[in-house]
Design a protein around this ligand. Structure first.
Ligand code: GUN
Length: 294
């Protein structure tokens, strides 16, 4: 059984990006620049944004964070987006989600310049993804595609079952795996909360991608021997036996499922680090786009 080491593969990608950035600086060009807009004080969002900043710095990408209190108006946030859209020195930016309830998320995302939308959430970029055109691929599915490719996992002709149909993970994941290219070409089934006989379907999977947001949902009797499992979930479970009072688990019951797998991603250290690497790759893409415009 192969444990797919997302941490190591992410480190490889970061090394490649760091070398590219160093080359740009040697040539006298400015460093790429990513910005993040963070509204409010959601704990998970604070952690994500801090990690994005740290990782940018580690590869030589400039990062800035625009912080606002929970009560910022939608209009004021739209003005910040307009400012970043026009700032030639900012190559790409994200609006960290979730946003406060008084904001219309779709309206906020639609205001981002699609050429700077390194999350790939803008309808224009989602449309390009559906059509198989060049676009910013959302970080989690992009990271998973890289993880499979760099781990030498065969996908062509395989049955791939995706659990979860979110805009950010499940839906783009299903599109990418079914694309006509040498790193995809899978036969994809997208399952969700209304799917009947779920275990009958997951047992057909050669590749199972779990992104349903339920701790340890996928059990050993739901997979066949030799399956490749990609676990997108990350949950904090209270655990008095741990010094910090919790342990992490994914959407997959790792202890039960792993012995049946030919390969599996651990939690933590699987998909999580790849998401950051993918965002850095998207930042480099936005930088190249921005520089060729001038
Ligand atoms: N919140 C959780 N995941 C994400 C992400 O990938 N991008 C943004 N902008 N917010 C998130």
């Amino acid at each position: 059984m192969q444990i797919i080491d997302g941490k190591a593969i992410s480190a490889d990608i970061k090394k490649e990006i760091a070398a590219e950035v160093a080359g740009l600086i040697d040539k006298g060009q400015r460093a790429p620049h990513m910005a993040a807009i963070l509204v409010g004080h959601d704990g998970a969002s604070e952690t994500y944004v801090a990690s994005k900043e740290k990782n940018c710095h580690s590869v030589g990408i400039t990062s800035s964070v625009y912080r606002y209190e929970e009560n910022i108006s939608e209009q004021a946030l739209l003005e910040v987006i307009s400012f970043l859209n026009q700032d030639e020195e900012v190559d790409g930016f994200i609006v960290q989600l979730p946003l406060p309830k008084h904001m219309e998320v779709d309206k906020i995302i639609a205001a981002i310049n699609p050429d700077k939308d390194i999350d790939g959430f803008h309808p224009m970029n989602m449309g390009r993804l559906v059509l198989g055109e060049d676009t910013f691929i959302p970080a989690t599915p992009y990271g998973i595609m890289e993880l499979l490719q760099r781990s030498g996992i065969e996908t062509a002709g395989k049955n791939c079952v995706v659990l979860g149909r979110s805009n950010i993970v499940g839906t783009p994941m299903s599109l990418l795996m079914s694309r006509n290219n040498s790193h995809a070409n899978a036969t994809v089934t997208l399952c969700h909360s209304k799917t009947r006989n779920l275990a009958d379907i997951t047992r057909q999977a050669d590749i199972l991608i779990a992104a349903i947001g339920k701790p340890e949902f996928v059990k050993a009797d739901m997979v066949k021997d030799g399956v490749v499992v990609v676990d997108v979930g990350i949950h904090r479970i209270e655990d008095p036996s741990k010094k910090n009072g919790f342990h992490l688990c994914g959407d997959v019951d790792y202890a039960g499922v792993a012995p049946k797998c030919s390969a599996i991603t651990p939690v933590p250290g699987g998909v999580g680090p790849m998401t950051i690497a993918a965002l850095l790759m998207n930042t480099m893409k936005a930088y190249r786009k921005n520089m060729t415009k001038k």
